[in-house]
Design a binder for this molecule. Sequence first.
Ligand code: FES
Length: 161
Amino acid sequence: MEGLSRREILGTAVSLTVLGVTAGVTGSLGGCGLIQEKEIPPKVTTGVVNVGPAKDFPAGGANTKFWELYGIVLTNDSGTVLAVRPRCTHKGCLATWQADHQRFGCPCHGSQFDMLGKVLKGPAVRNLPSVVAEKQPDGTLAVDLTKLYAAESALGFKPKG
Ligand code: FES
């Protein structure tokens, strides 16, 4: 680095770091339909919560809007809405919702689960924790987070994100 001042060297290092972070974030969000890359603890993991009108969860789709708040993905395969907790049952990594393939994929050892949380490919042999989102008299859906996270704990994992 002959001829460069200390300030120029520091500025270059900062620029490269910013570029690296930007590339990492872009890479984790770009094109593959992943809903999360790292574990962020959900804000609420107990109680029964209302997730809104059933019509917001049409058949054949998945809704990730409650990921940060409750750590769940709401899926509707053919009429029944499930709240799926994508804690991989192999070693506990968080599986990601892969919208392009309509499945959950675990980044750790490659397990895959369908939108109901059923194992498609190992090494995991047990399905993802899930509960039915119960329809309320007013047409909204309620999810029992206490029951869902108890199912996760029963697998031997704590709700760390
Ligand atoms: S922790 Fe998911 S495949 Fe191993």
